[in-house]
Design a binder for this molecule. Sequence first.
Ligand code: PRX
Length: 636
Amino acid sequence: MVKSNQRDLTEVLSSGQKKYFPSKKVLKNAVVKDYEGTLKKAKSNPEKFWEEAAEDLHWFKKWDKVLDKRKKPFYKWFTKAKCNLAYNALDRHIQNGNKNKLAIIWEDETGRKKKYTYYQLYEEVNKMANALRGLGIKKGDRVAIYMPNIPEIAITMLACLKIGAMHSVVYAGFSAGALRDRIKDARAKILVTADGSFRRGKVIDLKSIADEAVKQCKTIKKVIVAKNNGAKIKFNKRRDIWFNDFIKNQSAEAKTQEMDAEDPAFVLYTSGTTSKPKGVIHVHGGYAVGVLRTIKWVFDLKGDEIFWCTADPGWITGHSYIIYGPLMAGITTVMYEGVPDVPTPDRIWKIVEKYKVNVLYTAPTLIRAMMRYGFEWPQKHKMASLRILGSVGEPINPEAWKWFYKYVGKNHCPIMDTWWQTETGMNMITPLPVAPLKAGSACKPFPGIIADIVGKEGKKVPAGKGGYLVIKNQWPSMIRTIFNNPKRYLKTYWEQVKGVYFTGDVAYRDKEGYFWIQGRTDDVLKIAGHRIGTAEVESAFVSHKDAVEAGVIGVPDEIRGEVIKAFIILKKGVKGTDTLKIKLKKQVRKTLGPVAVIKDIEFVEKLPKTRSGKIMRRVLKAKELNLPLGDTSSLI
Ligand code: PRX
């Protein structure tokens, strides 16, 4: 049995639910000691709260106004201020004594390792920044990045920002088609990729996927290729350049582009309800403020921590909490390129122990996969360095929460279940380490955030009742717009419920004000925490010559949370065989990549539709899961 380091840390509530309290050690270490008091103070004046948070960063010129609401909902934060996100993540530390501290610890599945001090990283970033400038990349240009979780991805992202260019990182699990569409939408001028990577010992040939994508992208002038797995690749001498050659003769000093706080820093595509992903825009100033304040407070950072976020840099979690957050906080970030159970199911716990990780920030799907191997694996490891645990990406079921708390946190590390989105940029609903916790609840809004649960008309619903999760105020790291599509920005987030930010999630609040997030209200799926639109999957299905129409839904899965079930109408005369099912699955994989996990395909004659021709996925789902059909008045 694992022993806690002090008194009983739990209390059973009248509902039978347990509350988990912070240990003495956590209380002593806490950056924020008075939880409720801090929430109250921030709520009384959120702008003041964020203004104080901004003081933690370096500004070339301070702001005139904290928040400009004149062109709602195109809010502006820290108007007229000058800053640079990369400067705050790197250059600042070179001057403030962190120069020789480790910035990145990297390891891959095969056991290769690399370490970078802040100064080494700074030099690499500067060389890359100069090389990019040499290609004519300048402020406002877009650079597409399609790379595994290797240090070169961090170097490239930081270098883009340093010169004022925007990066558009595309998750390396996406297919050539998905990469092509994102490059085209962003009109990126260059692509930075790698030869390949390893996954469960298998070689993933990224370069050929990148080649396939770039074939149809006229805007791409050069492809920079980092050498990672040493695989033999096709090299187009006129277009391709090895990463090392690209930066080799560059100066290790580079001028930082001073940016307006509201200048875009990056675009990151995410799934919505149409088949076209949305390019979410984040900016240099407010994003930095929100991410730095949340990482410091949610994970109790004092400045000497080893922080491991197991996400991929291709998602917002990786942007905010593998790269920018830890580096702005001046701590050490762990990057691991590989799966958590190779060569044995305790690989993840071994890494925690080996690098003395203090904060482990991961996803429910990974916890559930580890649970299946059994508690013996984490129990083999003391993991004495761990102080705080984190979860993100989807609701964490109480069983997974308790397992994580007991066997990984050894009954004394609080779990920060952080609810947030690509669009929010930072943790929004989350406990702080001193908060009493309930297994499966994301606790309360972060200080300075006013969240609510409302009905369609925007009226608050009573405790215990489900409704739409909305954010009622503004926060610095909020999405600014959708790239090239401000109308879609308005429609998606601000016109669903009047006057508030619409998250697309349903939730309820208990009597103590704890939020319980239940999932999406729209046609967005969460597969192993990855966000994917039903419309994108359906369009991938119908790109097969034999499929006429498709309706897809998410069905529960023990490990991944959700997987896809598809209902397909075939062309007249085509037989629905098992071989065709395999072909269709392949087609989706080819179009979208391995993120779209199809569990089952059913061939049907008809799909339930509304009068206007929209597929009623809700009806498909109810039938599949034997749930009540609900309102079917619009069904034809
Ligand atoms: O449904 C919520 C779920 O993930 C969605 C956002 O997905 P994405 O933009 O890919 O960002 C994921 C990482 C920030 C949300 O609308 N979600 C995220 N975190 C949680 C969650 N659902 C429940 N609990 C969470 N902690």
